[in-house]
Design a protein around this ligand. Structure first.
Ligand code: DAH
Length: 349
């Protein structure tokens, strides 16, 4: 009997060793293990027949079967390691990266030219000690109009018809709303103000080459003691020279804004022709760049600054207009069209 079991084990070992050589993947390996090496697998399974072996031979037979089973187990482990190694090598080969290949260029965006202008203007005023105030696009009628001396039914509202929202709110028509906010916020304990506030404004305009229902402005406000129009002129002249070149002159023309008194339009001598007259300045030698004026005492008062003590000046620059003049852009709609061909023209400007 003992011989019979041992012989069966020997035959199974032969069979198993042959099969093992043919195995090429992990699934087949699993099948092999179940067939020959698991507890119920054929070699170990022989041990369940031990009851038929005479007791004095059991030790011998048992250890022989175990030894043969261990041999197959060892060969199995080796085969398994070999298959895993080959699999890894294959994967490494397949996933190898050719570092000598040129990379794929990731498309990148560009800074819109009107942001270039905002950044430049901001830098100029920061260097003069101004702070930058962030306004809000959704405003209350009060800040956009009333505190700026544009009461309900004032005719100048018509020119700034806008998008009205619920509960007395609207999309602001001018960044000037940020002036009113800043003064009101600081009026509890009034301190001097030197601020600019770049941002968007909205008007229900029909869009054409020079109009857009959404555009950008930069507001400026200075409030202090003894501020005069000389301070306004000096500040804007310095700004014009830094922005458009050291040879630029400015001139003030009388104008009207409800929140300033007196009000002016500010022209800069043409940076394209130097003042001789060209297409850009329409032959006049001057280009209008912004509106400005001395803060209307009524506005100071409504916003909590005593006009007997405080005075100030304000200005508002149209960002797209400056960008169009500066870069020779013919249509305001180009700023918002996300056209990379257009934007590519401003790399490094
Ligand atoms: N808010 C004016 C506009 O949108 C621009 C402006 C003019 C702003 C004069 C000012 C100013 O602060 O003093 O047309």
């Amino acid at each position: 009997m003992s011989n019979v079991l041992i012989e069966k084990a020997l035959a199974l070992r032969e069979e198993a060793m042959e099969k093992l050589q043919l195995i090429k993947d992990e699934i087949a390996l699993d099948g092999f293990f179940a067939t020959y090496l698991s507890k119920k697998g054929s070699i170990k399974g022989l041990l369940s027949n031990m009851k038929d072996v005479p007791p004095e031979e059991r030790g011998n037979v048992g250890s022989e079967v175990n030894r043969l089973s261990a041999e197959v187990q060892k060969a199995f482990e080796e085969r398994k390691a070999d298959i895993e190694k080959r699999k890894l090598e294959k994967r490494l080969k397949e996933e190898a990266i050719d570092i000598s290949m040129p990379g794929r260029k990731a498309p990148s965006g560009r800074i819109n030219p009107y942001h270039l202008i905002i950044d430049e203007v901001t830098d100029i005023f920061l260097s003069m000690g101004y702070e930058v105030i962030e306004g809000r696009d959704v405003e209350e009628d009060k800040y956009n109009f009333e505190l700026l001396n544009v009461p309900k039914d004032h005719p100048s509202r018509d020119m700034q018809d806008t998008f009205y929202l619920d509960a007395g709110k609207l999309l602001r028509t001018q960044t000037s709303a940020a002036q009113a906010h800043t003064m009101v916020e600081r009026s509890v304990d009034p301190t001097p103000i030197r601020m600019i506030s770049p941002g968007k404004a909205y008007r229900r305009d029909d869009d054409d080459m020079t109009h857009s229902h959404q555009f950008a402005q930069i507001e400026g406000l200075v409030v202090d003691k003894n501020i005069s129009i000389a301070n306004l002129k000096a500040t804007l002249e310095l700004f014009a020279k830094k922005m458009f070149g050291p040879k630029r002159e400015i001139r003030l023309r009388s104008s009207y804004f409800p929140f300033t008194e007196p009000s002016v339009e500010v022209d800069v001598s043409c940076f394209a022709c130097g003042g001789k007259g060209c297409n850009i300045c329409k032959g006049t030698g001057w280009i209008e760049i912004l509106g400005a004026g001395m803060v209307n005492p009524k506005v100071l008062e409504m916003c909590g600054y005593d006009p007997e003590v405080w005075s100030g000046f304000a200005f508002g620059v149209g960002v797209e207009r400056v960008a169009m003049l500066r870069y020779g852009i013919d249509d305001i709609r180009r700023f918002y069209a996300n056209d990379m061909k257009f934007l590519d023209g401003f790399i490094g400007k």
